[in-house]
Ligand binder design. Structure first.
Ligand code: OFO
Length: 168
């Protein structure tokens, strides 16, 4: 049994997860257009991961008999991001998502909705990994600075990322 307010807040988060997916797909397209094919691959996988996050939430809401409200996903507003800028913008986005998920987790605890609290801990932990991965890439890009060879080496490494559904 889930309260109306808890269901609404989870539904909001579900839509935000889809927005995250959309954001990363947009960044992937941008990277590809600038010749950073490895980063394009990395962000494409990020898109797949965010979709998996959304679908995990979708299944939970379905299991809880909630009427799911899928909303319009607005186009992300991206300036022409640099290689570094793409990852910095992503980290900023993830920090916001972490904050929202922490709020949601806190709310479920306050409501004594232990099933939802337990469910949300997966997301809370996942956010730590997401921020760590982005921080690591940002550090590497900062180390090489404007060195084209260094940037292409990092791009190549990003191209090796493969999709593994984190929700399975
Ligand atoms: Fe769904 O974790 Fe990022 O946003």
């Amino acid at each position: 049994m889930i309260s109306k307010m808890m269901a609404k807040r989870l539904n909001d988060q579900l839509n935000k997860e889809f927005y995250s997916a959309y954001l990363y797909l947009s960044i992937s397209a941008l990277c590809g257009n600038h010749g950073f094919n490895g980063a394009a691959n990395w962000f494409f996988i990020q898109y797949q991961e965010e979709t998996a996050h959304a679908l995990k939430m979708f299944r939970y809401l379905n299991d809880q008999n909630v009427d799911i409200d899928l909303r319009t996903i607005f186009a992300p507003e991206l300036e022409d991001l640099s290689f570094l800028g793409a990852f910095e913008a992503s980290l900023e986005h993830e920090k916001k998502m972490t904050h929202q998920l922490n709020e949601l987790s806190g709310y479920s605890f306050q409501e004594k909705d232990h099933a939802t609290y337990n469910f949300l801990q997966w997301y809370v932990t996942e956010q730590v990994e997401e921020e760590a991965a982005l921080n690591q890439i940002i550090d590497q890009i900062r180390i090489v600075g404007d060195n084209g060879h260094g940037l292409l080496t990092i791009d190549k490494e990003l191209g090796a990322r493969i999709f593994v559904d984190p929700t399975i």
